[in-house]
Design a protein around this ligand. Structure first.
Ligand SMILES: Cc1cc2nc3c(=O)[nH]c(=O)nc-3n(C[C@H](O)[C@H](O)[C@H](O)COP(=O)(O)O)c2cc1C
Length: 211
């Protein structure tokens, strides 16, 4: 075991019910031990055929962070924002804007770029094998008191990200996760009630919660 042990964190449901996307960070550093712990949790995710196709690039180099930030900001300013306007609730749009205004990826002490080695998984299972890993990473980070965000926009410019990170052709960037202490409290997650989206036995029959 490297880094803080599994007993170090709060109860699971306290973690999973309060985790939120964090886009602005305090200067406080993140230790390698903390990164080891979140990556260990990430690698305990399920993956198709247990291929574990993940590859992580842990970025602390400010020049690399800035390059990744510039790619993401260009994607946001050059079409992402226009696409999202009118689709995202105003509050979420404002949160993403504030993240870029606050320095974006440059403001995080560390970035973890989660990639997929496509020689180790079937094409149809790239995303479905990587996203559980990313989710474990977010939850473990939150359990350690670290803010994080699952972002795909910054990874979507694959060739540019590949060039910045020196990724070989068969390693595809999927998610960029900034990690650090949140600059401010994030507030409770905004989620719709379970009963609004749950059906008993057949679609359309109300679940009605616990019996
Ligand atoms: C597939 C996926 C892609 C996402 N991409 C981005 C992104 O590119 N940039 C970003 O700021 N947030 C991104 N998010 C984070 C969502 O905006 C966030 O999870 C959602 O709004 C819920 O907000 P909360 O975590 O604060 O409760 C992404 C989330 C998912 C699941």
């Amino acid at each position: 075991m490297t880094g803080p042990g599994p007993d170090a964190g709060p109860p699971f449901f306290d973690v999973v019910l309060t985790q939120r996307a964090c886009r602005t960070f305090a200067d406080t550093p993140v230790t390698d031990a903390e990164i080891d712990t979140v990556l260990r949790a990430a690698t305990h995710a399920p993956s198709a055929e247990n291929r574990q196709p993940w590859e992580f690039v842990v970025v602390r180099d400010p020049a690399v962070q800035t390059a990744l930030h510039d790619i993401a900001e260009a994607a946001w300013a050059g079409g992402g924002r226009a696409f999202s306007e009118g689709r995202l609730p105003d509050e979420l749009l404002a949160e993403v804007d504030a993240g870029y205004a606050g320095g974006g990826y440059r403001s995080a002490p560390v970035l973890v770029v989660v990639c997929a080695d496509v020689e180790r998984c079937l094409p149809a299972t790239v995303a479905s094998s990587i996203f559980p890993c990313a989710q474990n990473l977010l939850l473990a980070a939150h359990a350690l008191g670290l803010g994080s965000a699952l972002t795909t926009l910054g990874a979507s410019a694959g060739p540019e990200v590949r060039a910045v990170l020196g990724l070989p052709e068969h390693v595809w960037p999927q998610v960029v996760v900034p990690l650090g202490r949140p600059a401010r409290a994030l507030g409770p997650p905004r989620r719709e009630p379970v009963a609004d989206h749950t059906h008993r036995d057949r679609y359309g029959t109300a679940w009605e919660g616990r019996r």
